[in-house]
Design a binder for this molecule. Structure first.
Ligand SMILES: *Cc1c(COP(=O)(O)O)cnc(C)c1O
Length: 436
């Protein structure tokens, strides 16, 4: 042993020249590899690592991609989990993003060589999926769609909306604050629990810019309550020229049999809303986007507003949205549709596989949720693998990370929020934790 371990630390140049690290540098960028090299050199100086192990240690410390976002197995039972990136995209949408990520014909008509309309195919797919809509635009998210509507229709005017619909969506995002920030004045009608058509009528006047209906996505009010449906409002506004805008939130295209209280784009427009707003990455199961559908003249007005340019989406979002609408059912929709027997069979198979090698694992029934601020009253029946509580943290820190939840003294890995194709990875992750 040399007295001074620092003398044995391999030089940065010679490590970076190693063919394995040079290849990693091409893939990830030299900066990332150099950072990992410096960490490993420090570990050698500290006597934690032998110099011959330097290159394998650098390789082990490198991330899989140049981005630090990692794929996570969502075993929370929350299908649209905001902290886990909401909707997982379908393989078709992922392939579409990859194809569009480079140079692409997003605004060029290849046949004529002239400039083409941006995102035309994604818009056509939206209109095909929602026949009641005459026109559509896509912006960054539903909050952006609200900001655009409030600015274009409500700035310097009044937006009439029910007091019970002044909602907070999550993480401090309050819809009334967003609306007011655009310079629109909020004209609140009714009380927290009750609003009537007469309340709306009493608020309409020359200052009215639009009437807004916001779906209270993440809570319900029960008891002595009354709301005015989109259809009733539309009938009352007919012929007045006042636009009726409905923010439905979660973005179902059509009514869903399992989620009777969740509004959908087609029904809201058919009931008479002039413009409907929804998120692309909640129940639609697509990329983050704000969908704006409705009457051609109003949608055109929103598209021509200067703010639209600041809120529009990029080519990869357009590609993913079109593939979500035209391609196979996205994962969120498959998870919603998964039948309980199938989920139980997966839980049993996984638990048996783990128990045979000595892991304390059993299959149990559990409840799943739509999440993302949707269908708060509709738990979905599900099945889970139950493990000792201590697994939760280790699984979360594992590779790949698995996010479950602790109930009592057990960690539950809920299967409704995971595609069946993830079961092998899930089993491997649990076995890795059990072995450590
Ligand atoms: C989720 C939600 C929003 C915000 O949507 P983002 O796409 O997250 O911006 C707005 N309104 C309603 C009713 C919602 O449920």
């Amino acid at each position: 042993m040399s007295a001074d371990p620092r003398r044995q630390v391999p030089r940065t140049d010679s490590l970076l020249a190693d063919p394995r690290l040079a290849a990693a540098g091409e893939r990830l960028g030299r900066g990332l590899v150099k950072g990992a090299v410096q960490q490993v050199q420090q570990r050698i100086r500290d006597g934690e690592l032998a110099p011959p192990d330097a290159v394998p240690a650098v390789l082990a410390a490198l991330p899989g991609t140049a981005s630090s976002l990692r794929p996570v197995l969502n075993a929370t039972g929350v299908l649209v989990h905001t902290n886990l990136g909401r909707s997982p995209l379908s393989p078709a949408a992922v392939a579409a993003i990859t194809a569009a990520a480079g140079t692409t014909d997003v605004e060029l008509d290849l046949a004529s060589g002239r400039r083409g309309p941006r995102g035309e195919a994604a818009i056509a797919a939206l209109l095909a999926a929602v026949p009641a809509a005459e026109a559509a635009i896509v912006v960054n998210n539903c909050a952006a769609a609200l900001a655009l509507v409030a600015t274009a229709l409500g700035q310097g005017k009044e937006l009439v909306l029910a007091r019970g619909e002044l909602v907070e969506i999550g993480d401090g995002f309050r819809i009334p604050e967003l609306l007011a920030s655009t310079g629109a004045r909020l004209r609140e009608v009714g009380t927290t629990n009750r609003v009537t058509l007469g309340d709306y009528r009493g608020a309409l006047g020359s200052a009215t810019g639009a009437v807004l209906k916001v779906h209270p996505s993440n809570f319900v009010v029960r008891g002595f309550t009354r709301q005015v449906a989109v259809g009733e409002l539309a009938a009352a506004l007919a012929g007045t020229g006042t636009p009726l805008v409905a923010d439905i939130g979660s973005g179902l295209l059509r009514p869903h049999p399992l989620l009777p209280d969740e509004p959908d784009l087609q029904s809201a427009l058919a009931a008479g809303a002039d413009v409907v707003l929804a998120s692309g990455d909640k129940l639609l199961g697509g990329p983050q986007a704000g969908l704006v559908l409705g009457r051609a003249e109003l949608v055109q007005r929103l598209r021509r507003h200067p703010l639209y340019r600041a809120l529009r989406v990029d080519k990869t979002t357009l590609a993913a949205l079109e593939a979500t609408l035209r391609g196979p059912l996205p994962p969120v929709q498959e998870m919603l549709a998964a039948d309980l027997d199938g989920l139980r069979a997966r839980a049993r198979a996984l638990a048996t596989r783990l128990a045979t090698v000595g892991v304390d694992a059993v299959a149990v029934d559990a409840e799943a949720r739509v999440g993302g601020g949707g269908a708060p009253e509709h738990p979905l029946p599900s099945a889970a693998v139950s493990l000792p509580a201590s697994f939760a943290g280790s699984l979360r820190r594992g590779a790949p990370p698995v996010v479950g939840y602790v109930e009592g003294d057990r960690t539950l890995l809920n299967l409704r929020s995971l595609p069946p194709s993830a079961d092998d990875d899930l089993a491997a992750a649990v076995l890795a934790v059990a072995a450590s």
